[in-house]
Structure formats: C-alpha cells, structure tokens
Design a protein around this ligand. Structure first.
Ligand code: ADP
Ligand code: MG
Length: 240
C-alpha cells in the first residue's frame, strides 16, 4: 500500500529523518514508537505530504507521491489523518464536521453525505451528538468525531499521530477501542503512540525511530520481549 524509500527530511540544518525505508502492506497496522523528537510526526506527515521530503520517494499503491499539487490532493483524499489535538472545525456541528469534506471536495450530495456520516457516528458511539458543537464534547468524544470525520472520506489508509496523548486517562480507552475495531475491520493504519499495551496487542509491526533513523522494524511480540538494539532497550525500560 505504501512504500517508503530512503526518506530524508531536513529543516534548515536539522536533519530530522535520515534515510528511512519501509513498507506498509494493505490491511497492516503499524505502530510507530520512539523518544520525543525522534521524527515520528515528521515521518507520518511526509506520508501524506504535509511535509515535503528532502530526498527519497514515497509510493502509494505504486504511484509516486510527488510534490505536484493535483497529485497530492488525490493522495490525501485516500489517506485520513488524526491528530493529537483533534483539529475539528469549532464553528460547525459534529454532523457538518463529517460532511464538509465529502460535500466540498468529493462533491457528494449533501443528503448522501449525511446518511454516511450518521452511520459513522454510530460506529464511534456518538449517534446522539450529531447536532452538538465540538466545544461541548469531551476530549474522547472529540477524538472519536475526528476519527469519524477522517473515515467520511473513505480513506484507504489512516494515519494517527498520538491520538490519545492529549486525553484524560479515563478517555483513552474509548478512543483506542474505536481504533482497535477499525484495525479489525481491515483498515491499513500507521499509529504514532506511547500506548505500548495497545501497540503490542493491535499492531502487526512496530517501527522504532530514534534520532531520525529506523532502528527497528519488528513484530511486536519480538520487539517488546527482546528488542535488538540498545537504544530500544533503553527506551522500553523508561516507558514500560
Ligand atoms: P516526534 O514526533 O518524534 O516527537 P518530530 O517529528 O515532531 O518528532 O520532530 C523531530 C524534530 O524535527 C524536532 O527536532 C523538531 O524540532 C523538528 N521539527 C519538526 N517539525 C519542524 C518544522 N516544521 N520546522 C522545523 N523543525 C521541525
Ligand atoms: Mg510527534
């Protein structure tokens, strides 16, 4: 589904990604973990061209994700993204948050978009919130709306950047449960997370980044039981 070859990203003199190569297969769930500042967000943002790679290539279904604006638009439609801080449209109701992109970008008929949105709200357990404004929702509810909004575009891949890091502890599970059921439905997912239990249980592979280098690319059972590198060992000792 996604093939990343020799991905470099430099901000000024700061080389944040130092040649990352990996693949994400269809239906695969990949957890991206590593210390703060290791380049996890930048890595995710390069996949849908929120950041332009300095060097290297990213292929989405064998098509190169280029810097050409029209092509970026096409690819982005197929790649949903969920952020730590939700990024909902505050002045729109929950339902309008979900229908906005399908109606304006995909030219879906409003009524059709609303029907699909209501199904998605059911799926994330928020059927009764369609007329609510984001400001009146809890963090966990906001994040579930954000996931539903991304799904409203019928993406083929979902990217999550620390989706539970801004949540109060009691709301983490409701969001992880939605992500887990999405994973079980066969969605291709890349998730930056500090939830090691979730990564272990749900991910098919773990990518461990440190200092902009992909230090380990392993199955969770092996990675968490016995990471190969000292850097991963030290990281796990701190977080587990
Ligand atoms: P992580 O998500 O693993 O914490 P990031 O990808 O956010 O790491 O950041 C890695 C490094 O890149 C940091 O040193 C950060 O300051 C730098 N960085 C990230 N985004 C930008 C940007 N837009 N401009 C300049 N530097 C950035
Ligand atoms: Mg980050």
């Amino acid at each position: 589904m996604i093939k990343i070859e020799n991905l470099h990203k430099t901000f000024g003199k700061n080389e944040v990604l130092k040649g990352i190569s990996t693949e994400i297969g269809q239906g695969e769930v990949v957890a991206v973990i590593g210390p703060s500042g290791s380049g996890k967000s930048t890595f995710l943002r390069c996949i849908n061209m929120l950041e332009e790679p300095t060097e290297g290539t990213i292929l989405f279904k064998d098509q190169e994700v280029t810097t050409q604006a029209s092509k970026i638009q096409q690819v982005r439609k197929k790649i949903g993204m969920v952020f730590q801080h939700f990024h909902l449209f505050p002045h729109m109701t929950v339902l309008d948050n979900l229908t906005y992109a399908p109606v304006t970008v995909n030219k879906t008929a409003k009524r059709e978009a609303e029907a699909a949105a209501r199904e998605l709200l059911k799926r994330v357990g928020l059927a009764d919130k369609e007329g609510e404004y984001p400001g009146r929702l809890s963090g966990g509810q906001k994040q579930r709306v954000a996931i539903a909004r991304a799904l409203a575009m019928n993406p083929e891949v979902m990217l999550f950047d620390e989706p539970t890091s801004a949540l109060d502890p009691e709301m983490v599970k409701e969001v992880l449960d939605v992500m887990k059921s999405l994973a079980q439905s066969g969605m291709t997912m890349a998730i930056v997370t500090h939830e090691m239990g979730f990564a272990k249980e749900v991910a098919d592979r773990v990518l461990f980044l440190d200092g902009g280098i992909l230090v380990e690319d392993a199955v969770p059972a092996e990675f968490f039981a016995k990471p190969k590198s000292e850097r991963a060992q030290a990281f796990l000792e701190k977080v587990l």
